[in-house]
Design a protein around this ligand. Structure first.
Ligand code: ASP
Length: 307
């Protein structure tokens, strides 16, 4: 059995606020990323390669808040966070605040595979990318007019914002993928530009192992939402703990974290998760979450709103 799920961010995504054309674009972006990951698994490839391929596709798509299309910081640049983890060997790599690397998820993987470290910050993360010849991009590459407009709105309101706040311009988000491969191995990956107008080198949950990203031999999880709440909840790891220590099913564990614990703490968002049997769950407590999934031999499922 193999299976994959991806997300493109959670938040206030009301049906009425997307035109049919915009909705079609998002669906295409999600489908392309899902296909990229599924194809790896179909060919017998590793879960790690599948989640990297899916996330790279989302990073390259300007609709989502990761890589190209990442949100602007308060100072008008981009600070990219990403993490990857493989379950069977509990290896992890992450970067926070990178400014130049085209595909942050590939740099996170490089940290995991080519260094003795887990998490690298700015400016060292970009230095590592440069040393290993990963493609770097000038600031213009990451520019999108909509993100720039979001920054101007945020500066007026005076605070950093969750990417999918009620404003129609803020409906794109953090990306992630989780996969089970035919060897029974699990992997999780998450990549984001973080919050619009973030200051002081703010780092969210996405690159923090256990908070926004986690994989072990039972399950793999990637989160999206209001990062500070996910950090305090150690959300991704909490799902894995409920599975391991309480014996909950993956679906029930994820429901407890997203619909009970995070709701009680007022943390908006969701997550995607897969277990070693190929069970998938994609819960969210926000109005919507860009998401897609596919299990071996089944049709792909792509969704945005609450069903
Ligand atoms: N969790 C991300 C962060 O706080 C944001 C998001 O998922 O949209 O950086």
């Amino acid at each position: 059995m193999y299976a994959i799920a991806i997300h493109g961010g959670a938040g206030t995504i009301a049906r009425a606020s997307l035109t049919p054309e915009q909705e079609a674009e998002y669906r295409q972006g999600l489908e392309a990323a899902l296909d990229a990951g599924y194809e790896v698994l179909q060919k017998g490839g590793a879960a790690l390669d599948a989640v990297e391929a899916a996330v790279r596709s989302l990073e390259d798509c300007p609709l989502f808040n990761a890589g190209r299309g990442a949100v602007f910081t308060h100072d008008g640049h981009h600070e990219l966070d990403a993490a990857v983890m493989t379950g069977h060997n509990r290896l992890a790599g992450a970067i926070a605040g990178a400014r130049e690397v085209q595909n942050p998820i590939t740099l996170a993987r490089l940290v995991m595979e080519k260094t003795d470290h887990v998490l690298l910050g700015y400016p060292g993360a970009d230095d590592l990318a440069r040393e290993h010849g990963l493609p770097l991009q000038p600031v213009e590459y990451f520019f999108t007019q909509k993100r720039y407009d979001q920054l101007q709105d945020a500066l007026k309101s005076g605070k950093s914002q969750l990417d999918h706040a009620p404003d129609p311009h803020r409906k794109k988000g953090t990306v992630g993928a989780v996969a089970l491969d035919s060897q029974g191995h699990l992997a999780a990956a998450t990549s984001t530009g973080g919050m619009t107008a973030k200051k002081y080198s703010r780092i969210g949950d996405s690159p923090l192992i256990g908070a926004g990203t986690w994989a072990d031999e039972r399950c793999a999880i990637s989160c999206t939402g209001d990062g500070e709440y996910f950090i305090r909840a150690v959300a991704a790891y909490d799902v894995a703990c409920l599975v391991e220590y309480k014996g909950l099913s993956l679906e029930e564990a994820a429901r407890v974290v997203v619909q009970e614990k995070l709701v009680a703490a007022k943390g908006e968002g969701g997550l995607i998760a897969v277990d070693a049997e190929g069970n998938l769950t994609l819960p969210f407590n926000s109005e919507g979450m860009y998401r897609a999934s596919r299990r071996e031999g089944e049709e792909p499922v792509v969704a945005i709103y609450k069903e």
